[in-house]
Ligand binder design. Structure first.
Ligand SMILES: [Zn+2]
Length: 172
């Protein structure tokens, strides 16, 4: 999934959870930040297909979330509650949407216990040998558009997020 659709899906999730007592400020900005966070590994990778590191594995983040909850219980810092939940939900949403929209690399759901790469539609790693900076250029972009259902679903996510955002601005 691309950057704008990751942040848009985070924004939609944040709005769905808006009424929860757990999602007080700064939950939303943290959630948006975390919905992009796993892709930091793209900065250190030569290829699109090779960019998934431990940041794209759920168990790493589950452990980090557990550690933050322990610190929260220990130090009783109220802010840690929305921050830890925002990070946890943002990154897991990123992994789920990367799994659904996988084109050249999937998600290792069970890493480090098992290194199987999971994906919903058959991936084609041979098409992901360019750098992440070439993702919005052809040939990668037209390859990405080949799965029209996934491509337009991604556009749809951005449009829904844009509609929610505009409605909120309009209602102010
Ligand atoms: Zn990713």
């Amino acid at each position: 999934m691309f950057f704008p659709s990751h942040i848009a899906s985070g924004f939609i999730l944040g709005n769905l959870l808006k009424k929860s007592p757990w999602t007080v400020y700064p939950f939303m900005p943290i959630l948006l930040f975390a919905s992009l966070l796993p892709d930091v590994d793209g900065l250190f990778s030569d290829t699109v297909a090779g960019h998934h590191t431990i940041l794209h594995t759920p168990i790493f983040w589950i452990i980090l979330f557990g550690v933050m909850i322990l610190i929260h219980k220990w130090l009783k810092m109220a802010i840690l509650q929305p921050v830890s939940l925002g990070i946890f939900l943002g990154v897991q949403l990123h992994l789920i949407t990367d799994w659904i929209t996988a084109r050249t690399v999937g998600i290792q759901w069970l890493y480090p216990f098992n290194e199987t790469d999971y994906f919903l539609f058959q991936i084609q790693p041979e098409n992901g040998q360019g750098s992440v900076w070439e993702m919005i250029q052809n040939p990668y972009f037209s390859f990405y558009m080949e799965n029209a259902v996934l491509f337009w679903a991604e556009v749809g996510v951005i449009l829904v997020a844009g509609a929610i955002y505009s409605k909120q601005r309009f209602n102010k």
